[in-house]
Each structure stands twice: as C-alpha cells, then as structure tokens.
Design a protein around this ligand. Structure first.
Ligand SMILES: [Zn+2]
Length: 165
C-alpha cells in the first residue's frame, strides 16, 4: 500500500486554494510508506521452494549421489536425506540456509555443532559440516563476541614508572 501524496491544485487566475490540504514532502519517505514484514515461516517456505527448484536442474547429479549418500526420492519429485531436503551447491542457497539457522534475527549465533543440529532436521548437503564451520569462522558477529579462552595473565610484578620517564 502506498500513501498518495496530495497534489497541490494548479493555481488558476481566479481560483482559491483553501480546500486543498497540502502534505509536505517531509511527511513521506519510501521506508515508511512501504512496510515489510518478515517472519521465519515465510522465509523458510520461500527458501524451501528455491531449494526444491534447484534440485530440478540437477537430477542427474542427485541420482549419482543417491546411492552414495543414501538419498531418497520422496513425493516422487524431491530428494531427501532422511527427512532433510537436499540443498544443491548453486547460487548461495547453502549460505542462506546456514544464515537462517545461525544469524537470522531469531537465531542466536549458535556454535558449529549446535548450528548443524538445528539445520539437519530440515536441510542436508554433502560435507555440510565443513561448510558450516567455514561459514561460522567467517561470521563477523561470532568473531567479535568470541569467548577469550586464553586470557592474558596479569604481570607477575607490578610495573612501576621509572623516575626519569
Ligand atoms: Zn555468528
């Protein structure tokens, strides 16, 4: 929905503009007239359909993977690993899946093992542990908030300023 800006009536020689309410431009901006609502379910659904779409183009690869990775064709159209949808290697889908479970605003930047546990019921791809590990290593938020496991020890002797300093 967009709020229409009221146009100022063109001033004719004999016209009076009393009845026109003029909304100043400052009351409008694109960010506030279009409201986007994100929720986890709609993002998940959308991702699901894109993951499925990506499978269509990779049928031959999926058939090769099937016996090696124990994949099964459920609902006779889509490939699954257990109950998890197989994510092909194309167009950043794997990054999006990982992001959804790791750093989406409702996700809490879980560690590698926990993030994997969260993804596994829904999505799977070969060597996903390596992928998720690399992804989290590159997560700026995780790098900033990383717990310091090697705190520096306080100096053994207090440092006193030298007299001539
Ligand atoms: Zn993170």
């Amino acid at each position: 929905m967009r709020i229409q800006k009221k146009k100022k009536k063109k001033e004719g020689p004999n016209e009076i503009n009393e009845d026109v309410t003029v909304w100043l431009d400052q009351y409008f901006c694109d960010q506030h007239t279009s409201i986007h609502v994100f929720d986890m379910d709609s993002i998940g659904d959308n991702l699901d359909s894109r993951v499925k779409l990506a499978q269509y183009q990779e049928q031959s690869k999926l058939k090769q993977w099937a016996p090696v990775h124990n994949l099964s064709l459920l609902d006779s159209t889509h490939w699954y690993h257990g109950m998890a949808l197989v994510v092909m290697a194309d167009n950043d889908l794997r990054r999006e899946v990982t992001s959804l479970f790791h750093d989406h605003k409702t996700a809490g930047h879980a560690r590698i093992t926990k993030t994997l546990q969260l993804i596994l019921p829904y999505y799977w791809w070969p060597r996903m542990k390596i992928f998720v590990t690399e992804y989290i290593k590159g997560c700026a938020t995780c790098q900033m908030t990383k717990v310091n496991t090697h705190p520096t020890h306080p100096p053994m002797f207090p440092i006193t300023p030298t007299e001539n300093a």
